[in-house]
Write a protein of this length. Structure first.
Length: 151
């Protein structure tokens, strides 16, 4: 026999998922708007990693699969792209390969440059910093190379 409380829980699950989806979409809209506004106000473009096909390119442990596959990376990109197009802000997609393993100082690329998930330490020149910050500098550098000179 199914109790009334357990049937209510299963009936509430779709509502909870929809509520969470609306919340995430709203947050993605807010963040995209902030990024595009900042880029427009400062006269800059936006460089983002091209994560198309990332689920096929990376492997994760079984315990992390659900979290990795529920990550909505396409939605923020599409929101940024359409808001930037409306605002006249250029968006450049950058190849994400090795952005957090390559030293922005000397260009040395090695898995050993990432001793931990959060840290970067170049084996060649000794440059060190937070891995996310290093990746952001590399993404900016790649985007500058892609952009044609229009002056």
């Amino acid at each position: 026999m199914v109790s009334e409380s357990s049937s209510n829980l299963s009936a509430e699950a779709p509502n909870r998922r929809r509520k969470e989806s609306r919340f995430v979409a709203n947050e993605n809209h807010r963040i995209a708007k902030m990024l595009v506004t900042k880029a427009k106000d400062t006269g800059r473009g936006i460089a983002i990693e091209d994560l198309k096909g990332i689920r096929d390119r990376i492997t994760v442990r079984k315990a992390q699969r659900r979290q990795q596959h529920s990550w909505a990376f396409h939605q923020p990109r599409s929101f940024i792209e359409y808001k930037a197009r409306l605002a006249g802000v250029p968006v450049v997609l950058v190849d994400p390969r090795n952005t957090s393993r390559t030293c922005p100082n000397c260009g040395h690329c090695d898995k050993k440059n990432r001793p931990t998930r959060d840290d970067f330490h170049c084996q060649s020149c000794g440059f060190a910093g937070p891995a996310d910050g290093v990746a952001a500098v590399n993404i900016r550098g790649r985007a500058e190379v892609i952009q044609p000179y229009a002056g």
